[in-house]
Each structure stands twice: as structure tokens, then as C-alpha cells.
Design a binder for this molecule. Structure first.
Ligand SMILES: Cc1cc2nc3c(=O)[nH]c(=O)nc-3n(C[C@H](O)[C@H](O)[C@H](O)COP(=O)(O)O)c2cc1C
Length: 401
């Protein structure tokens, strides 16, 4: 998403400086070329070695590293190199100097030299942040058309609680993506995706599960994030892996854990895609010791698990979209349409185990999509990555109607 983008990350003397290492990593992993400038104040908190290792570029902190040689780093060249300058964290001190056009160090001289947009993420104690001088300085920066990422409220390093904590690295990353790709249709949307099977423990060594591998859910999470969504992927046990800066994975094991995670996240979501194959039943009794082989048979009494789709459908408010999946072996259309209505879904994706190459484990899938107004779309057999893109496009169309 950031291939060939040149980002100049400037780090100043705040306790949040360590978080700039993670910002560097996110940017590099998204394909950006990153050069880091650190203020003298920042060097009290984090070393250039961290940034040079992560960015794979030299780190700049002064006009000259070796005064005797007369060799110097050209701040003007560095400023003109950048497509975007990001000040994160931005200290009260550097903020004030930026507002006044001071240039008494390398970082500020570079700032004065850039022609590209500037994004700042202030970080300071609550009282420093709310001081009228700081607020005036921020207004000044806004008048220069700089992008100001408001700090968050919460526990501060000083022990105080209030506004001043730097925007989280993922939020800064997302703002950078939004800056370069304002056209992404799911920009700023919070999306829940569930994936994989659940394990329902019989005893400490055995469980009841199903053949879901999580491939479809992970592909959907990736496709949604590629369109700018911030994805919360609640995943049952799976061998699938996914690294995308906009995807946060919540690992769960049982249907109950998946239910709890989904309920905790749901209120803040605009879109939820329930792709996991959640167990419908679990052993009624939790056995703490391994069941020994004594007789020729064993009876395990099962009870139903909590229905995630039904509960989310009940809680859904206007502006929230709920997309379900159905995996059927018979009377597919009837069962799927009944599920769509009974669970208050906005769209449901059917994959039938009767279609070869569809369903669990395979890298392909064949789906039909149903809506409450009886509209139906049938797709051919495709790789799951393409199926995920088709589903994502349908979601985008649905929410923009
Ligand atoms: C432990 C510690 C934490 C600090 N945290 C912050 C902070 O979060 N924000 C801030 O504006 N200044 C903070 N300061 C003060 C700055 O480091 C100081 O103002 C410094 O001169 C900033 O220099 P710079 O803007 O050139 O990086 C902190 C100082 C110390 C010793």
C-alpha cells in the first residue's frame, strides 16, 4: 500500500519515542522507504540503531556526525526527498519551534526545508497539552495545512490521566494510508471478521471440532484491509497466518470465547463478517482429567453453544451491517434464506459441500450470495482469494447504497 512512498519520520524527545520504532516497522512492511531523523531529546529515549535496523537506512540527528572532517548531512536534500514528513511523537518543545519557524537543530532545519505534506502526532503530559501556548501552536500548524493527529485520552507515562497520549502507531499508520489513498472505499471502517473452527474440549487432551481451516476468513480479512478497513479478526485455532498492519488478530479456542470476543467488539463495528465454523454443540460437563478407556462405548452429553450470529443480529443497530456464511449439504437455498431472516443478516454467503472444490480446506470455493430482498448471485469456482475479493466488492456496494 505504500510502495515507492518516501516517508521522513521525525522523532522528538517524548517517552512515546519507543512507539516510533513500531511505526517504522509498519511503514517498511507496507513497502515504504523510510528515513528517520531523531532530535537530541529523542536520543535520551531510543537509539539510532533501532531505527537504522528497522528502516535499513542511516539515521540522522545532526548536521555533522564528525565536526573535524567537515562532512555534513544535507537537510535540504533530505527535506526535498520526502513525499510525507511525519513527526511522531512531537514534543511540546519542537511543536513550539515549528510554530515559530525556528531552526536551531537538524530536525527543524529539515522541517523548514520540506515541500511535502507534514503530519504531526503530539505526545505530552495532559497539562502540557492543554496549556494555551501548546493549543495556539497547534492551531498555527493547522493553519499551515499540517495534518494534526489528535492525541488520545488515558493513562499517561507521568501517572496522570488525561489527553496527551500519542495516537497509537496503528492509527498513525492508518492516517498515512488514508493520506496516500483517500480513494480506498473502506477507509476508516471498523470491521469484525470471524474465521476458522472452534475446539470444544471433552477432556484435557480431546476436543470436538470441524474441518474448517480458516482460509476463507483470513482471505476475507486481507481483502477488506486492502480496501482500507481496520479489521478485527477473531480466529479459532488455525495454521493460517496473516500480517497486515490493518488487521488485528484475536486468537480464541472455544465457541464461548469467540462469542465473548465478538460481543466485546461488536458495538464499535460498522461491518461484521461471520465466516467461522462455530461449534453448535459442546460437551455439557467439563472433565478435568483424561477420560480412561474402560468400556466399549462412551456417551458424552452435549449442549448447544451460544449463537453468535443470532445475538449480533439482535444487537445490530442502523448503520451496522452483518454478513453471515452458510455451509449446507442439502436444501441449500431454503436453509440459507431461512438463516438470513432468522438471524437478521444483511447478506449471506452460501457454500455447498455438494460442490466439488468448495468448502473446507480447499484453496477454491464456489459461492452463492443472498440478500433479504430475495436477490441472489451465483459465482463460479474460484481461488478463495478471488472469492474474498468478490465478497468484499459486494459489501462495498451494499454499504454505499
Ligand atoms: C522522562 C521524560 C519524559 C518526557 N516526555 C515528554 C513528552 O512526552 N512530551 C514532551 O513534549 N516532552 C517530554 N519531555 C521533555 C522533553 O524531552 C524536552 O522538552 C526536550 O527538550 C525535547 O526536545 P526535542 O523537542 O528537541 O526533542 C520528557 C522529558 C523526560 C525527562
Amino acid at each position: 500500500m505504500l510502495i515507492r512512498k518516501k516517508i521522513l519520520l521525525c522523532v522528538t524527545g517524548s517517552i512515546a519515542a519507543y512507539k516510533a520504532a513500531y511505526i517504522t516497522r509498519l511503514l517498511v512492511q507496507a513497502g515504504a522507504e523510510v528515513k528517520v531523523v531523531v532530535s537530541k531529546g529523542a536520543l535520551n529515549f531510543i537509539t539510532p540503531l533501532t531505527f537504522s535496523t528497522l528502516s535499513k537506512n542511516p539515521v540522522f540527528s545532526d548536521f555533522t556526525e564528525d565536526p573535524d572532517s567537515g562532512k555534513w548531512t544535507n537537510h535540504v536534500e533530505l527535506g526535498l526527498w520526502a513525499d510525507l514528513m511525519v513527526m511522531a511523537p512531537l514534543s511540546a518543545n519542537t511543536l513550539s519551534k515549528m510554530a515559530q519557524g525556528q531552526s536551531d537543530n537538524f530536525l527543524l532545519a529539515t522541517y523548514m526545508s520540506v515541500r511535502c505534506p507534514v503530519m504531526v502526532a503530539p505526545a505530552m503530559d495532559h497539562d502540557m497539552y492543554s496549556h494555551p501556548a501548546t493549543q495556539e501552536n497547534l492551531l498555527k500548524l493547522k493553519s499551515y495545512n499540517h495534518i494534526v493527529l489528535e492525541p488520545a485520552s488515558g493513562q499517561l507515562a507521568s501517572g496522570l490521566v488525561g489527553k496527551g497520549r500519542m495516537s497509537e502507531p496503528e492509527d498513525i499508520f492508518e492516517a498515512i494510508i488514508a493520506h496516500f489513498h483517500p480513494e480506498l472505499p473502506l477507509q476508516g471502517k471498523e470491521v469484525l471478521v470471524t474465521a476458522g473452527p472452534t475446539y470444544e474440549r471433552i477432556d484435557p487432551v480431546r476436543f470436538i471440532s470441524n474441518f474448517s481451516t480458516g482460509k476463507m476468513g483470513y482471505a476475507i480479512a486481507h481483502a477488506l484491509a486492502s480496501k482500507g478497513a481496520r479489521v478485527h479478526l477473531v480466529s479459532g485455532p488455525t495454521h493460517e497466518t496473516l500480517f497486515h498492519p490493518l488487521v488485528k488478530i484475536y486468537n480464541v479456542e472455544s465457541a464461548q470465547e469467540m462469542y465473548d470476543s465478538c460481543i466485546a467488539l461488536f458495538e464499535a463495528m460498522q461491518i461484521s463478517v461471520l465466516c467461522a465454523a462455530v461449534a453448535d454443540f459442546r460437551p455439557k460437563k467439563q472433565v478435568t482429567e483424561k477420560i480412561k478407556k474402560k468400556d466399549n462405548s462412551l456417551t458424552i452429553e452435549l449442549e448447544t453453544t451460544q449463537d453468535i450470529a443470532k445475538e449480533l443480529g439482535r444487537r445490530k443497530t442502523s448503520g451496522q451491517y452483518l454478513i453471515g456464511f452458510a455451509l449446507e449439504t442439502e436444501n441449500e437455498t431454503e436453509h440459507t434464506q431461512a438463516k438470513l431472516i432468522s438471524k437478521n443478516l444483511d447478506m449471506i454467503v452460501l457454500n455447498s459441500l455438494r460442490d466439488s472444490g468448495a468448502g473446507f480446506g480447499s484453496d477454491t470455493n464456489k459461492i452463492s450470495v443472498f440478500w433479504p430482498d430475495n436477490k441472489v448471485l451465483h459465482f463460479g469456482l474460484k481461488p478463495k482469494i478471488q472469492v474474498a475479493q468478490d465478497i468484499t466488492e459486494l459489501i462495498i456496494q451494499m454499504i454505499s447504497q
